[in-house]
Design a protein around this ligand. Structure first.
Ligand code: K1U
Ligand code: ZN
Length: 169
């Protein structure tokens, strides 16, 4: 297994649209193992392949308290969403240190393929529903700060670029 570098906003590669996985083979199984290791190491509850510069429709999530319930979604598609929405506080491993409110569906149903290549539908609510929507946005090249006002987004962009310049010294 390997720890993979996570792209940081405003890297333009975060805006690429991921392609569907054609076949769940050993390459994808290794990718998923590396993504899970990277997510747990970064203390995240989710990670999309886009964030590690792999532009294929793969997501890993673990919202359990014990960090022992990994969920792997390959080629996820939203098949149902609740009419109710709520503003939820979100963070992002690609925008470290920034948290803000994003309006999300309260519940979603997502059809995907699992690590064995089997189709399945997951019914998500609460934090899992928020995280699934956040990760599916990543696969479409969308970062949560794009839901914020242009003023906030520009401030965040400047802060990230400054931090990246300082890190490079
Ligand atoms: O995609 C990512 O960058 C992972 C992101 C997922 C996420 C967190 C909170 C709301 C929506 C989506 C993170 O894991 S950021 C880490 C973090 O801030 C967090 C960790 C545990 C619980 C809540 C937030
Ligand atoms: Zn994110």
């Amino acid at each position: 297994m390997a720890l993979l570098p996570i792209l940081c906003y405003p890297d333009p590669k975060l805006h690429r649209v991921a392609k569907p996985v054609a076949v769940v083979d050993s390459r994808i199984q290794t990718l998923v193992a590396d993504m899970l290791e990277t997510m747990y190491d970064a203390k995240g509850i989710g990670l999309a392949a886009t964030q590690i510069d792999v532009h294929e429709r793969v997501i890993v999530i673990d919202v359990s308290e014990e960090h022992d319930a990994p969920l792997v979604l390959i080629n996820p598609e939203l098949v149902w969403s609740s009419t109710e929405t709520h503003l939820n506080e979100e963070g992002c491993l690609s925008v470290p240190g920034i948290y803000d409110g994003v309006e999300r569906f309260d519940a979603v149903h997502v059809r995907a393929v699992d690590l064995q290549g089997q189709p399945r539908t997951i019914e998500a609510e609460e934090l899992l529903a928020v995280c699934v929507q956040h990760e599916m946005d990543h696969l479409m090249g969308k970062v949560f700060v794009e839901y914020l006002s242009p003023l906030k987004r520009n401030r965040i962009k400047k802060k990230m670029l400054k931090a990246q310049r300082e890190d490079a010294l």
